[in-house]
Ligand binder design. Structure first.
Ligand code: 3HC
Length: 293
């Protein structure tokens, strides 16, 4: 028993839809807020497709899928999140957007509601400071694809209470996730390791040390990674990788996190990876074909 029954999720993109899905699958009543009806339609479709895949792979039964969908509802009104026990934010990686969102939520939600951010690199403390409840603000960082990845990073600030930490840890465990605790420093644990790895692959590509395919195959076949670092950039989103690297580089000021120019060039061309159809690979082809660079 976590003390959480009703969950709010803000944003139904790649991460928000996954968080909403796993929460509803675990039995929580979930209300998802998106900016407009078109975004709701896309988000709902994302959840539906993932649940379809879970049924296909026999992870859930068709009736579990139906029950999950019954527990999920959508709104465009932030004010409707007032009745939630836990609200998880998964909007764009922009501190000012998140701060104003949490300030607004603080005015809407009753004092006992816990506010959580799925940020991968921004300071939770800054968001907590914008609210009148820094003891009930925490980081809850999921991994893509959320229904498949077994980990959640829980980020406690110096203001987070023990009770909030316990409630959110139990909540994450009821989703079938394992928890690691991380300090409120940019990139937490996973991205401190993963982001330099992806950036190094881009640097090696820029330096013509290896081709896209060879760099990826090296890590898949040589080290047993499920996907190579450039495929992973496409999977996470090249724009997202760039944004996280910029934030981490701003925080640590070391070359380790400096975004390589090629990442910026790809983003300028809107080659965001899998979600835009083109990145290091061309996803209009099956299997995807490496792009000439
Ligand atoms: N619900 C539940 N389970 C599902 C599912 C769903 N919707 N879809 C797939 N699965 C299960 C499958 O049944 C299968 O389980 P099994 O191994 O027990 O049979 C497993 O997930 C793998 O599924 P697939 O066979 O469809 O897919 P692949 O074997 O091709 O793996 C992948 C796809 C899971 C994406 C794999 O390539 C992978 O792990 N890639 C690395 C992903 C990664 O590193 N993610 C982290 C990104 S970083 C991040 O998110 C943080 C951010 O801050 C940047």
């Amino acid at each position: 028993m976590t003390g959480v029954e009703r969950v709010g999720v803000i944003g139904c993109g790649l991460m928000g839809s996954g968080i909403a899905e796993v929460s509803a699958r675990a039995g929580y009543q979930v209300l998802v807020r998106e900016v407009d009806d078109a975004a709701i339609l896309v988000g709902r479709k994302r959840v539906d497709t993932s649940l379809g895949r879970a049924v296909e792979r026999e992870k859930i039964t068709p009736s579990e899928r139906e029950r999950t969908l019954e527990r999920l509802s959508f709104t465009t009104e932030l004010a409707e999140l007032g009745e939630r026990d836990l609200v998880i934010e998964a909007v764009v990686e922009d501190l000012s957007v998140k701060i104003s969102l949490f300030r607004e939520l603080d005015g809407i939600c009753p004092p006992q509601t816990i506010l959580a951010s799925n940020t991968s690199s921004l300071p939770i403390t800054e968001m907590a400071a914008a609210t009148g409840r820094p003891d009930r603000m925490i980081g809850l960082h999921f991994f893509n694809p959320v229904p498949v990845m077994g980990l959640v990073e829980i980020v406690r600030t110096i203001a987070t209470s023990d009770e909030t930490l316990q409630t959110v840890t139990s909540f994450a465990e009821t989703l079938g996730k394992e928890v690691v605790n991380a300090p409120d420093s940019s990139g937490f644990l996973v991205n401190r390791l993963l982001v330099p790895f992806m950036l190094d692959a881009v640097r090696l590509l820029e330096a013509r040390v290896g081709s896209i395919e060879d760099l990826d195959r090296s890590m898949v076949l040589g080290c047993g990674h499920p996907m190579g670092p450039l495929t992973l950039c496409d999977f996470v989103g090249i724009d997202t990788v760039l944004r996280i690297a910029e934030i981490m580089h701003g925080e640590y000021r070391t070359e380790r996190y400096a975004p390589p120019p090629l990442l910026r060039r790809l983003v300028s061309l809107r080659r965001f990876g899998r979600k835009s159809g083109l990145g290091f690979y061309d996803y209009s082809q099956t299997p995807p074909v490496a792009m000439p660079l």
